[in-house]
Design a protein around this ligand. Structure first.
Ligand code: GTP
Ligand code: MG
Ligand code: ZN
Length: 284
């Protein structure tokens, strides 16, 4: 049978097939290759027996270990902690590089007049600005989860837990959700996929950092607008939009299609990116 791995506890896999959940053991046959199953995997299994196969992953993240994510909601506070375009652009690079759709969620709009919403909407991102002290502002989020596997990410203190709770509170029939979200501090929590507003949510303990392990070339194509534009760079396959001449990205910065802030963040990120691992890349 084919199903979705929604939870792993102590060597037991919970696998969902439509509305049923099967629990199978980890032991045995899955020594086929070195890959271990992770939450989000689409797997083949025999009920009451073993998990036998992991289907190819659309994407995966290291921390938390999850696969096949459709969208990541990047929770970004405007204040406390203060807004940092660099941090947001870093999250965006990692997420877009992994072929996960980003949704930017600015929080704490009740504490400041500062706004960056239009900036990111103009760059082609889906973005919202909310306050967890104003439930009216949360309502729009009800509709973004349908048929998607979503995960919340963002800096610690940005408001991930508060936002998830606010959204849960929008729905009076959230008994199941509230239970699943039981965020007791002393319980060791596991990564688990729960039903969530017509879609699914990866409920995870503190998912506030993402490992930045992109190479310079990967970074140079991570953002959707950079990827598209880089085809027009003279050195289309190798341009990292830095010192090169005849670079489309730099032209777009000059004519203000790409903001200087975004480009400067990109250059700063380039310094954190590693050199290419694979020297057989065909430059030119
Ligand atoms: N004024 C205001 N405070 C907020 C808002 N959202 C969250 N907070 C507060 O910000 C603090 C941090 O919020 P959390 O939801 O715990 O943040 P988090 O992203 O889950 O943080 P970690 O779990 O540490 O990663 C809490 O004191 C919240 O009450 C908001 O929209 N407005
Ligand atoms: Mg939290
Ligand atoms: Zn370029």
């Amino acid at each position: 049978m084919r199903g979705q791995l929604i939870k792993i506890i102590a060597g037991q896999y919970s696998i969902r097939v439509n509305n049923d959940v099967y629990i199978v053991r980890a032991a045995g046959k899955l020594r086929l290759n070195k890959t271990s199953p992770i939450v989000g995997d689409i797997v083949e299994f025999t009920p009451n027996e073993f998990l036998t196969k992991i289907y190819p992953r659309k994407n995966f993240l290291e921390r938390p270990k999850v696969a096949n994510i459709d969208q990541a909601i990047i929770v970004t506070s405007l204040v406390e902690p203060n807004y940092s375009s660099f941090l947001l652009n870093k999250f965006l690079a990692i997420i877009e590089h992994n072929e996960i759709k980003p949704i930017i969620l600015f929080t704490k709009s009740d504490l400041t007049n500062e706004s960056h919403l239009n900036e990111y909407l103009n760059q082609g991102y889906e973005a919202y600005e909310i306050s967890n002290n104003n439930l009216e502002s949360i309502k729009v989020l009800k509709n973004i989860f349908k048929n998607k596997l979503s995960v919340f990410t963002g800096q610690t203190g940005a408001g991930k837990s508060s936002t998830i709770n606010s959204i849960a509170n929008l729905n009076l029939k959230t008994d199941k959700i509230s239970k699943a979200l039981g965020r007791g501090k002393h319980t060791t929590r596991v990564v688990e996929i729960i039903d969530w507003f017509g879609g699914q949510l990866i409920d995870t303990p503190g998912f506030s950092s993402l490992e930045f392990d992109l190479t310079k070339l990967q970074l140079s194509r991570a953002y959707h607008d950079f990827e598209k534009a880089s085809q027009k760079c003279k050195f289309a396959r190798s341009c990292i939009h830095n010192k090169e001449t005849d670079c489309e990205i730099k032209r777009l910065v000059e004519n203000k299609t790409i903001s200087v802030t975004r480009y400067n963040d990109y250059i700063r990120l380039l310094k954190e990116a590693s050199d290419e691992k694979n020297s057989s890349i065909n430059f030119g």
